[in-house]
Design a protein around this ligand. Structure first.
Ligand SMILES: [Zn+2]
Length: 426
């Protein structure tokens, strides 16, 4: 398939769930990376419009009951981190110090492509700097092949959660902002480079070196300056919050999404639900740090254990209150791999007590809506990016079917990036 593939492709006869609902046995056509149409499948031999048009490369699958396959939109991960080694290294903290940015950009691209192969065709990098922003732009301009990557520029303080991913004695650091003026300026710097949004920290974190989860990150004046500037430039602000205090600041200051949200009070849940603020629960990562990984420090493990004490019943209550959880994993290769998103989605269903279709919307259409790109991603509708998964089973009816082992093929921007659709030929 050439890089700019204008010819039309069609899969006919598979059940389609389009991000909002079940469309029945359908015919999905795409060209030039975009969906042309999703229409009810026509009976074979009855003057099939696709066959009449003579599309040599049509893929027809007529025996859906035998195959047990279906088509769903590619997943949308609203929170991950791509600037990690795509190969195995001993220490990811020092990798960030000795790897030049030119080389890092290739790892960022490889990691994004890895996500796509596992069905994640849209993703937002949640602490972007020049490297991620450059890769995001090169992808959106079609310079290189790969999925859609949104990049949120990071605005945090000296000794804040973001800053402390760089070991404290290292001189080479990512930019920080330590006054309202510096916050205004850093938002403008990121806007100039082309970020899609801004990430702030309102509490300390788990993997950062030397801080405490309860640490205040930035003053109200700094936080207000960042949000004011980002909103003035048309950008959303995502806020990292692990404490009740930080969630309250996020609500008081009107951020656009809450990341982690591991300590919501009932009043906060009600407010978040009523205002429809998206929340990325990052369930798997804290579970892995707390109980599964041997590659984290004892300090990080203890922080994570404390954070997830009582977390599951709290999140269940929040889901019952109507909190708008969307898929957001914190995937970063070592702890939550690029490709673990389907496990996170199954965990969302289990912990929130959600049905399969509600959960699937949170991982596709509503995740895209939460980033204001619902007309371009997360849905199988005409004009949207041709991003979809051919999968065994019906994940909108049985969430356990959403499993990487069931992936038959992934199509990203109209191009097959894993598996094959040729095998579906009837
Ligand atoms: Zn994160």
């Amino acid at each position: 398939m050439p890089f700019n593939d204008a010819s039309q492709h069609t899969i006919t006869g598979l059940p389609v769930w389009d991000g909002d609902g079940y469309r029945g046995s359908s015919s999905i056509s795409w060209s030039d990376g975009r969906i042309d149409s999703v229409a009810p499948a026509q009976k074979v031999g009855g003057g099939n419009a696709m066959a009449d048009a003579g599309y040599a490369r049509n893929v027809q699958a007529h025996a859906e009951d035998d195959l047990g396959l279906s088509i769903i939109p590619g997943l949308v991960d609203t929170h991950l981190h791509l600037e990690y080694p795509s190969t195995t290294v001993a220490d990811t903290f020092s990798w960030g110090l000795y790897t030049p940015p030119e080389e890092m950009s290739l790892h960022v691209l490889a990691n994004a492509q890895e996500c796509a192969r596992f069905g994640v065709t849209t993703m937002r990098d949640m602490a972007s700097h020049a490297v991620e922003i450059a890769v995001s732009r090169a992808l959106s301009e079609g310079v290189i092949r790969g999925p859609r990557v949104l990049a949120d520029g990071e605005v945090g303080m000296t000794a804040g959660h973001g800053d402390l991913f760089t070991p404290p004695r290292a001189e080479q650091r990512n930019p920080v902002a330590d006054s309202p003026d510096e916050c205004h300026k850093l938002v403008r710097v990121w806007a100039r480079q082309g970020t899609t949004g801004i990430k702030i920290y309102l509490s300390g974190g788990v993997l950062s070196l030397g801080d405490k989860v309860a640490w205040r990150n930035q003053t109200r004046a700094e936080i207000r300056a960042t949000i004011d500037e980002a909103h003035a430039l048309g950008m959303q602000v995502a806020a990292h919050c692990h404490t009740t205090d930080s969630i309250q600041i996020a609500l008081d200051e009107h951020v656009d999404s809450i990341e982690h949200a591991t300590a919501m009070t009932v009043e906060q849940m009600q407010c978040i639900a009523q205002r429809r603020i998206p929340v990325a629960p990052t369930l798997l990562v804290n579970e892995v740090i707390a109980y599964r990984s041997s590659a984290v420090s004892a300090i990080a493990r203890d922080k994570a254990r404390k954070i997830i004490e009582g977390r599951n019943p709290m999140f269940r209550r929040a889901a019952e209150c109507g909190v708008r959880f969307v898929l957001g994993t914190d995937a970063c290769k070592n702890l939550v791999a690029y490709g673990d998103q389907m496990e996170e989605v199954r965990l969302m269903s289990k912990i929130f007590g959600w049905g399969a279709e509600r959960t699937m919307a949170a991982a596709t259409s509503d995740a895209a809506d939460s980033m204001r790109i619902g007309d371009q991603a997360g849905r199988l509708i005409a004009g949207s990016s041709a991003d979809f998964i051919v999968i065994k089973g019906r994940p909108w009816e049985r969430i356990d079917d959403l499993d990487v082992n069931n992936i038959v093929a992934v199509v990203s921007k109209g191009r097959v990036v894993s598996g094959s659709i040729e095998g579906l030929r009837g």
